[in-house]
Design a protein around this ligand. Structure first.
Ligand SMILES: [Zn+2]
Length: 222
């Protein structure tokens, strides 16, 4: 089964690409689901920049150009895109030409091991799709330090409070707040359909570190 290969690729993303977050079968249901996704830190000491890697996994039976096209579609979500396929020998010369022509990376799966044969170029994904994907992986962007952090834990328990700074400080959590002005604008122009009882879908986050080490220095009253 193709899905039997997902954990092999996931393990490789952790080990070889040093991804701090990986996931299987995540994406936006409306558009497509990515077989294996990884997120890694690439920002150096001065930024919390991350890169999203999307891997399309095949079990060696799919027509190559078709699988490559499917892989390419993932650049709407991710910064780097790979096709991982089973090959006893390496990929053929033509396959490598096709992959480099399209701009996708190639991973050879052989004996439950992965090997990067061709690296992926860097892409700038559609930001809203990338952020929605990351949110699906429980990662939110801190509006203050710009880093990505876990907005909930594995049991789906929130690691942020809802606009309650004092509670965030007491519970050592981050903060989630809602932008009303942008929501109003989008509602007015029909960019985002908002029902009357929901004021805003515009969620923004501040990470626990920024709350604890910076915002805690402001005196907070109830
Ligand atoms: Zn922060």
């Amino acid at each position: 089964m193709e899905s039997d290969l997902y954990p092999i690729v996931e393990k490789w993303l952790k080990k070889s690409h040093l991804c701090f977050k990986t996931a299987i079968n995540k994406g936006l249901k409306k558009y497509s689901i990515i077989d294996v996704t990884g997120v890694k830190d690439v920002g150096g000491d001065l930024s919390g920049e991350v890169e999203t890697i999307a891997v399309e996994v095949k079990r060696g039976t799919e027509p190559f150009a078709k699988a490559s096209g499917q892989t390419l579609a993932n650049k709407v979500y991710a910064n780097r895109i790979y096709l991982a396929d089973i090959r006893d020998e390496s990929f053929s010369r033509d396959e490598i030409y096709i992959a480099s022509h399209l701009g996708i990376g190639l991973i050879q799966i052989q004996n439950k091991e992965c090997k990067e044969v061709l690296s992926s170029p860097y892409y700038k994904p559609i930001e809203k799709l990338n952020l929605l994907l990351l949110e699906n992986l429980r990662l939110g962007k801190c509006q203050f330090c710009g880093s990505f952090f876990e907005i909930s834990d594995a049991e789906q328990k929130n690691r942020t409070t809802n606009e309650k700074l004092k509670k965030a400080l007491d519970d050592e959590k981050g903060l989630r707040f809602w932008n009303r002005e942008v929501a109003k604008r989008k509602k007015k122009l029909g960019v985002r359909n908002v029902s009357d009882d929901i004021e805003s879908f515009e969620r923004r986050f501040i990470c626990p570190d920024c709350i604890y080490y910076f915002f805690s220095q402001f005196k907070v009253n109830d």
